[in-house]
Design a protein around this ligand. Structure first.
Ligand SMILES: Cc1cc2nc3c(=O)[nH]c(=O)nc-3n(C[C@H](O)[C@H](O)[C@H](O)COP(=O)(O)O)c2cc1C
Ligand code: SF4
Length: 450
């Protein structure tokens, strides 16, 4: 384990570990600790905006930028892991309709707080990536949709956008290229569902943040029914490094199908929670022990939620056998998701954990689809009956059945985001539920009304 000094002065500092570690591979966070790196002159002094200059001064064509992204193997960091270059290439060519780039900075999934570091400390990295991305598919306007609670982050991004306008990286005829681009900040109002890309689009259009059925996909018909790309903050922040260093250098990092690095926000029972960047394919133990200083208080690991609260749970044994990439985590029945890792030690009551999560999803369901609107509420109530020692033996089967009936039957995957975890907890930790049944005081054999 590598020793390091931490000065956690407050909760904000806690989320941001202070000293880069040898076990990390910092390409996005390389300059995180440079004082005032959020300011354009400091960012530029560290090589910032050289990728934008390279694109325009070398007269790279939009298609060649997309080809470069495809060759890098970059996959979206918002959750689904969709290849970024391909997504950009789906935008129809031609100028009959305006095109838009939307940066998804809604970051509301429990356990996920990695984009916040980029927004607050390195906003220009994201902005530079956005301008290049927008150029590649001809978007003249982009929006950064920021989670309502991220007041400070929104302020930092606003300031950075103003700075970029002042030096001519935004606005008309950027660096004499003939390309015009305007960028705006839009603040959300605290709804998790507005992070789902079509919910985000609805919200930006001024409507309720309701997800829409796909197809049509946003690349063809998105914001204001125009071609739209929605990308995560971290995804866009990868773009300048790829342009500067070449797609081969990027593709050299990681595994065959998971290229590059990944930012992880680690919370829960670890000695040093925080945001770390490691190469994809790194062993789980590197993140847990080398970066996070191991389990807090010398306890044992019980379980891991690898990629945000919607990721199915994995056992300690599975976690130590996995590497941190899309495929390895999937092979353990879970997903890399947003990279919001929650570590649970041996003292944690997983039924309580699941009940808390179910409350969140029941609260955040937008209510359009019956299986989600009703199912999330039912799951919450049944899990509550466990923790209130009122559960019935049949409740285990009922939880499983309700979850099965929610999966894949809704407009967006919010329903799956709690149904999958429920099934994984039941499968991997049945004893946790059994323990509650043994002490249940519900002798009536009657289920209370759901
Ligand atoms: C309920 C829900 C919430 C989501 N929240 C976010 C979010 O906060 N940030 C994000 O980037 N993606 C979020 N996503 C994923 C987006 O729908 C979308 O896949 C992503 O922004 C695409 O960007 P990428 O290709 O760069 O990963 C969410 C998805 C769902 C179903
Ligand atoms: S699955 Fe849930 S959150 Fe998604 S659209 Fe349907 S009701 Fe809304």
């Amino acid at each position: 384990m590598i020793k390091k000094t931490h000065h956690f002065k407050n909760m904000r500092a806690m989320a941001i570990q202070q000293t880069p570690l040898k076990s990390e591979k910092r390409i996005l966070l390389e300059h995180e600790h440079v004082p005032e790196i959020n300011k354009i002159d400091v960012y530029t002094s560290k090589g910032g905006y050289s990728a934008l200059k390279k694109v325009f001064q070398n007269k790279m064509t939009p298609d060649s930028v997309i080809d470069l992204m495809k060759a890098s193997g970059l996959r979206g960091r918002g959750g689904a892991g969709f290849p970024t270059g391909s997504k950009w290439s789906f935008v129809p060519k031609g100028n009959d309709k305006p095109k838009y780039l939307l940066c998804n900075a809604d970051e509301s999934e429990p356990g996920t707080f990695k984009d916040r570091v980029l927004l607050e400390k390195l906003p220009h990295l994201m902005i530079e990536g956005m301008i290049i991305g927008a150029y590649s598919f001809g978007a003249r306007k982009s929006y950064v949709y920021i989670r309502g609670e991220y007041t400070y982050a929104a302020m930092m991004v606003e300031k950075a956008i103003q700075e970029a306008y002042q030096v001519g990286y935004l606005g008309k005829n950027i660096l004499g290229s003939g390309f015009d681009h305007d960028m705006y900040v839009h603040r959300g109002a605290g709804a998790y569902i507005c992070g789902e890309e079509t919910g985000l689009i609805s919200s930006l259009e001024g409507k309720k943040g309701w997800p829409k059925l796909k197809p049509p996909f946003p690349a063809v018909e998105g914001y204001l029914k125009c071609p739209t790309v929605v990308n995560n903050v971290e995804t866009l922040a990868c773009v300048p490094w790829i342009i500067n260093n070449g797609p081969e250098a990027y593709a050299k990092m990681g595994t065959e199908k998971s290229k590059g690095t990944k930012m992880w926000s680690v919370s829960g029972d670890v000695a040093q929670p925080g945001v770390y960047e490691v190469e994809l394919g790194a062993p789980f133990s590197v993140l847990l022990n080398d970066c996070c200083g191991g389990i807090r208080g010398g306890k044992k690991l019980k379980a891991v939620i690898p990629g945000g609260s919607s990721a199915p749970i994995v056992t300690a044994e599975e976690a130590f056998a996995m590497t941190l990439d899309y495929e390895s985590i999937a092979s353990k029945g879970s997903m890399l998701g947003s990279g919001g890792m929650i570590i649970l030690d041996e003292s944690r009551d997983l039924v309580q954990v699941l009940k808390n999560l179910s409350e969140f999803y029941a609260d955040e369901s937008c209510g359009q689809c019956t299986p989600c609107r009703e199912g999330t509420g039912w799951l919450e109530k049944i899990l509550h009956s466990f923790t209130e020692k009122q559960a019935l033996k049949t409740d285990i089967e009922l939880l499983d059945r309700i979850s099965s009936n929610m999966l894949g039957r809704t407009i967006c995957v919010l329903a799956d985001s709690i149904a999958m975890p429920v099934q994984s907890y039941l499968k991997k930790f049945p004893q946790e539920f059994q323990k509650y049944l043994e002490t249940s005081s519900n002798t009536s054999r009657q289920r209370r009304a759901l």
